[in-house]
Design a binder for this molecule. Sequence first.
Ligand code: F6R
Length: 611
Amino acid sequence: MCGIVGYVGKGDAVPVLMNGLSKLEYRGYDSAGVAVYDDTSKNVNICKTKGRIQNLQDKLYLTPLKGRLGIGHTRWATHGEPSDINAHPHSSGKEKIAVVHNGIIENYMALKEELMDKGYKFLSETDTEIVAQLIDYYYSKDSNLMSAVFKVIERIEGSYALGIICSDFPDRIIAVRKDSPLVIGLGEEENFIASDMPAILNYTRNVYLVEDNEVALITKDNVKIFDNNGSEVKKEVFKVDWDIEAAEKSGYDHFMLKEIYEQPKVVKDNIASRLLDDGISLDKVKLDKDDISKIDRIYVVACGTAYYAGLVGRYLIERVVRRPVSAEVASEFRYKDPIIDEKTLVIVVSQSGETADTLAAMRLAQKAGARTLAVVNVVGSSIAREADDVIYTLAGPEIAVASTKAFTAQVVVMSLLALKLALELEKISIEKYRQIKTEMEKLPSLVNKILNKEPVIKRFMHKYIGSKNVFYIGRGLDYIVSMEGSLKLKEIAYLHSEPYAAGELKHGPISLIEESTLVVGVVTQEELFEKSVSNMRECKSRGAKVLAVAMDGNSEIRKYADDVFFIPRTHWMLTPILANIPQQIFAYHMALGLGNDVDKPRNLAKSVTVE
Ligand code: F6R
């Protein structure tokens, strides 16, 4: 997904912009560019190119840009193919005004036609170019840049974070935000803008979080932020407490591997201050018996991996709390006219807190009167700010596109939530809770035990790398782990894989089982063991190879599988947290073995801020 960085200060802008863009690579992009004001020629000069940031670096080597004011962008194509022309920044006719943009201008076609009628010419197919041209149009009337920007935001519809510079004002960046993240970094005689913290963490930890419909005027010594009526808004400085190391690879070959190995800490962080002796404390979320009694319908809404974490939550709430819960993919929920009223609780799960469909689903629920509870990783993200209540997943920045530690954190939080509800409604006793608490506290060291067996999984990779099709099967919680395992393999190994409820195989997909098929059978739910292994046997007898994930001490499983990965024993509710980790490592090694770009899989973006 697109990324923005901007610099105004006493130093050289280009190295800062390039460093920022490199920190945004993880968001997924197909082109990159910078616009820099040149003190000598008094022009804004643009350099941009399709492809990786290295291509931009090479281009800048041949035609260097120098200046103390600049904006940069990584683009993930939405309007027009990835190309040099469509890459950002975009400019008005003579490169007087340059703009970088994240989001989508929905009414850009009508505005483009209007401007073309006035004689404006367009070079690109993008929606962003109309922003630059429209600013130019209003600016040409009274030479007031700020008022031109205000007029433009009255005209454009959609979502946008904008960084704007103009050759007539070499001391400033104007930044605008609506439905797309934007922060302002505060430095000494220099200030920054960014769509994401990592882009500026090398330079500052003090930021202003820009809210929707705010416009900021940023010079090297000053930042002024206005609401959409033009009144100045006073902001608190937000201190970013992430370690800069946390946003980098720390010696691992890939971000994904580093994030997989961070999971013991992530689990620990998520339970540390929440698992109390006499109950569960979920940050500032108030969910006592009285609150819960006001709720008669619960939805869990999310996308992708976060949705699977949501499914674990649904399963546990239904099984332990005995309250019905619907889990819905956000892009479906939004359009099905869901039944929502003041007695509805909508739990949204999102790593980024910016996923367009999840955010829209949450807003829809709020509009219909529901109470919303967000399980979010990114502090200060749109979902986190707009939800009625937030539980943070405390996973730190997740850089690899394929989610690993954020999923684990989401599952831990959903498990805590289920336990909290069960305790409040007296569905489990305090003694039972304490037993589960003891098991939960062991999880970080159990995750470590699994990580120590990475070489075993690597051997499986060598054995199964030639598989043409992969089925992931399981029942109950194991089925949900299968869904996430299969998604991970698709995302980064580009292997066709299907998750199936084990009992469903016979109802159709078993016809696809043949000798080159790999079946990953997850069998941690011991009450369902007999049923699951009988499905594994059906696959094996049709020529498939079977790789099982089972609990330590279950020697019976060896009869049904070619290979087994054993996970440490834990309480049945907690098995998804452990059983998923070998799936992550397997997908990682399969992707590496197949020569894929593990951290930046093709066609995928980290944060899906378009619908
Ligand atoms: C898969 C993955 C995606 C995200 C999905 C939702 O590895 O990361 O499926 O889970 O795009 O994103 P968030 O959680 O940011 O709302």
